[in-house]
Design a protein around this ligand. Sequence first.
Ligand code: ATP
Ligand code: MG
Length: 446
Amino acid sequence: MRLSRYFLPVLKETPSEAQIVSHRYMLRAGMIKQASAGIYSWLPLGYKVLKRIEQIVHDEQVRAGHIPMLMPTLQSADLWRESGRYDDYGQEMLRIKDRHDRDMLYGPTNEELITDIFRSHVSSYKDLPLTLYHIQWKFRDEIRPRFGVMRGREFLMKDGYNFDLTKEDALHAYNRHLVSYLRSYERMGLQAIPMRADGGPIGGDYTHEFLVLAETGESEVFYDSEITDLKFGDRAIDYDSVEQCQAVLEEFTSRYARTDETHDEALFNLIPEARRRNARGIEVGQIFYFGTKYSDAMNATVQGPDGKATPVHMGSHGIGVSRLLGAIIEASHDDRGIIWPEGVTPFHCGIVNLKTGDAEADAACEAIYAALTALGLEPLYDDTDERAGGKFATMDLIGLPWRITVGPRGLKNGIVELTSRRTGESVELPPEQAIERIAQIYGKAV
Ligand code: ATP
Ligand code: MG
């Protein structure tokens, strides 16, 4: 993309309504614009990152054997009356009437709709196990929407639902989700720690929230510092293997890590004092096993091997896709702007022309741009005639992890400059080598 033809409405001033750094940078970098309280338009740069995060979530869900689909945002109240949640949900649910005076709602989640799909089409245990998911907008009329996309009213969520014959099978689905979530967050350059959470009215031990540590997080967390050394990395996993998935769960959840809702001071104090941590975190996902709660209420049964109707065991599993943009920025920025991890960056690399209009500089930039594009990469080429300082400031603000700087003086010696946004380190090298480095970083063969 050439910046001269792009839509990147960067703000010079820091918007006063933004209280935390991710919100400030998302507004300043022209990623989002508030449409009304807690509801945002996704401008091109923000939309690009949102799509990259969404794609990682899709990849990892499909890898785990989960099946993508799409349910609508507007739902009929009838199913929610059946489950009893139409009354229970309270004011967070946006209720709407259609022209025939029928009660509708903008879905805050989809357990009812998916259970209805399931019971309409699945009748035998032979069709299990089954895990369906979608990535769809949700609406919750939060009492205090704030922090930009972190606590919106309209937000994008991946929500998945597993249907299994037995509790054991459903717990395997739970574990599969835990593994796939660990992989997803790591690909986004994030460490998200599974913490034992509150089962709410359903109770039980089978729920974990994934938290990104950040001072601005809304959750108070307590954990054993050893847990931050754990990495899933690129190890191979067989998602069909009950033992392998269970082993990952044990590895990542055996140390103390809890949100304040389930915090147990006595247990916490058993950790050696030097390893006890009390901090804040951003919830970026939650997994849940809830047994037959919805299948009982909505009569979702299958014929078991013994021929008897058996209610299915279910779980639901969410990732806060739009909140993740904020969480990643909170975890990765400096005082000049965002620092995107390579896994989610909106453009792979920036190209800064120090002297637009200089024939040699223009030609060198065009050649680099063409070469990177041919490799299947997306560079953002600043071909505007803004002065160099302004170009650098914009690149730093929008946070592309790599920048190639091209100017007449360097070109006289056959070199350009390659700069890492994260470390600030620059190396001078011939354009072909800069291209090679970028290709290598993103796993492209030159
Ligand atoms: P919270 O406690 O933050 O209100 P929740 O526990 O009610 O969230 P879940 O039902 O677990 O949310 O939804 C799954 C994920 O969706 C959450 O882990 C979070 O990342 C994201 N999410 C929930 N509410 C919002 C919101 N208002 N804005 C943006 N993302 C949200
Ligand atoms: Mg939650």
